[in-house]
Write a protein of this length. Structure first.
Length: 55
């Protein structure tokens, strides 16, 4: 089963590296992707609340 709808090429401003060295996607990237993955992303523009499991 393919969980990913499409691959989005990364551009400047799509992510930054955290102090731990992880890639953190920005609101810009999430909007380009066009949907919420319901993972509780730090910069989710879709309003998903991982604690309550709703948007």
């Amino acid at each position: 089963m393919n969980y990913f709808k499409k691959q989005i090429p990364l551009e400047e401003g799509d992510f930054y590296l955290t102090k731990e060295g992880y890639r953190c996607f920005t609101e810009q990237y999430h909007l380009k992707r066009g949907y919420c993955c319901k993972s509780g992303c730090r910069h989710c523009p879709y309003g998903f609340d991982k604690k309550n499991h709703n948007t």
